[in-house]
Design a binder for this molecule. Sequence first.
Ligand SMILES: [Zn+2]
Length: 590
Amino acid sequence: YPIPNRKILLQENPMFFFPAPSVATQESWSWEQYLKEQNAIAAPVELFSKDQSFPEHENGFQVGMRLEGIDPRHPSVFCVLSVAEVCGYRLRLHFDGYLSCYDFWTNAGSPDIHPVGWCEKTKHELHIPKGYRKDKFVWMDYLKACKLQNAPKKLFRNRSSNGPVPKEFQVGMKLEAVDRKNPSLVCVATIADIVDDRLRVHFDNWDDSYDYWCDVNSPYVQPVGWCQENGRTLIAPQGYPDPENFSWPEYLQTTQTNAVPAKVFKMRLPHGFLPNMKLEVVDKRNPRLIRVATIIEVDDQRVKVHFDGWDHKYDYWQEADSPDIHPIGWCDVTGHPLEVPHPNDVKILPGQAVCPTPGCRGIGHIRGPRYSGHHSAFGCPYSDMNLKKEATLHDRLREQTQAHLEADSSHSKLKNLYSLNFNGKHETVNSQPRHVQQAKCLKIKGKEDIDLDNLFREYSAEQNQQALHQSVFLTSMSAHPSRELPLGREQHCKLLPGVADIQASQVARWTVDQVAEFVQSLLGCEEHAKCFKKEQIDGKAFLLLTQTDIVRVMKIKLGPALKIYNSILMFRNSQDLTEEDTVTGQDVTE
Ligand SMILES: [Zn+2]
């Protein structure tokens, strides 16, 4: 064991960690009484799917058991997983050979997990633990050598209520699908895989991280021609030569593919959730916790969730079919702790270190389950400084070279299904990791350097302006406005030379004149410098600007606004890195 940094030892080591006093009233808290007090109603059990509702079986998994399952960040990737923790009907799963910060929680009945040997049987590629050679990995040898146990088949009680996918749905067929991370966009898509009653939807010529699994009745998948019939804009595949005049018949012909027959689509009924209904929801910021929550808004496919007793800044949209929402009483029935709304008068013992975030009991850590708790804003998943970090953490494969994935032969074999280029020839799919959705409707061609400005100028002239606008601003209107850069950091460094070297701490000291000077230095933004001066924006204010501020309030056009906003994101990100380096620079060995 290397000796951990002393500060971490004192602050974050589980041995020294005591959570803030558990709410004294927690034991006596009851849904019945709470609903009465709040004059609220519970979301009716009938609205929940089998994956969300009360399980029919016990959770038989045990810590240490090995299995195969989908990486939630990369839905096309099946991995070697182990059970790291069992809580009620839930499991914390760990990627063998990787740090525990990539662990994730799932339900024991999740259709995403399979017994050892499943991949081989169903001809799916298994991503083996880091450090093993692909051609040398044999499950049974691995289990034997490491004295490990595989999770018995009988524990995988995946629901199969919908029956198998109708045979009209076949791998390789085309359809129109909603981009789940960006629901205003409907894009050209392919069925990339079929397992039991679910499809994996892949967006043509985009990387697999945008894929998702859904059942055939999902409102996210629609037949070819649906957009045209419903007056929606269909987003053409990346690189399609004339995206405004995308033609399905032509595309099907050049790619030599078929559309899923329209008549086999049966859309399920609307979700039925309504505002003010109460439920139990996994807190995505601290996914070991399930909280008392209220639906405060709904749209066609989603519900906006508020955690009772918490500030509204923590509200977020959740898909109505997410396996992380449950009817009231779910925790009780499955033996999972339920985080109830905290009273205002939590008593803190003298000298006790307590997380400063209201409502937070110091459970969990922004760096994942490596630490069981935290005492300060640095580790708190709810502190302002960490709210914007969510997306930059916990992507296992992003930190490896993308080449690792690309080098896998069977992976690329699958890819070839939809990587036919528009002359009908095979072409290497652009493997640039695209960190954010908005890039999806921009035509980013391979590794060419295209000036951001040109991209946006080109687009703003087009019909798709609305879609682009929505896609670019969707994140700013959703829960986490400032979390990501629309393109990879490397790309930004090239597009915004000079910006990468400036630290947020420097920017924070800028005067109004210095801010204006900086804006003036950005190509294409010269004329907007005076606007910043007029609004008296100094360095600190500059760092806090949102996309909405820049476009709506300052009335700056989309192209320059994005350039300015991206610079701000770059500055903010540089600060993140510095903080992380100094605070948790040293890894604690598990
Ligand atoms: Zn906290």
